[in-house]
Design a protein around this ligand. Structure first.
Ligand code: SF4
Length: 117
């Protein structure tokens, strides 16, 4: 099976063709550099994503948050459920940790702006 991907490692956005046997990567083409091969292999075997969402603020409203590292794509919905229940303090600042080491991924969920603007 051939899977087509756009490499998102740099703005060049190379169009990759990944030859797969089940989940095993047999070959990658279309990449300009080796990072494309690493990306394609990870994307086809254990895709990772940065979670970007909002968290509720104590007393009302929401604040934008994101993970400070990528997390396994299959855990995104479970992470969202945890973030939706976390209450951010009204005096929280940009970069404050909302959820530490979410689901033991090693990633923290942090605010991407001050709550009060
Ligand atoms: S393969 Fe290399 S050059 Fe192409 S988009 Fe990926 S990182 Fe950029």
């Amino acid at each position: 099976m051939i899977r087509e991907l756009t490499c998102i490692v740099c703005p060049k956005g190379c169009q990759l063709k990944v030859e797969l046997e089940g989940k095993k990567v047999l070959s990658v083409s279309g990449n300009t550099c080796k990072r494309g091969v690493v990306y394609a292999e990870a994307e086809c075997t254990a895709p990772m994503r940065t979670l970007t969402t909002t968290a509720p603020v104590r007393g009302g409203g929401v604040v934008p948050v994101k993970t400070d590292k990528t997390v396994p794509k299959e855990l995104l919905f479970e992470c969202m459920e945890i973030v939706n229940k976390a209450l951010v303090e009204p005096d929280a600042k940009l970069g404050d940790i909302v959820v530490e080491n979410i689901l033991d991924t090693g990633a923290n969920v942090v605010t991407t702006r001050n709550v009060k603007i």
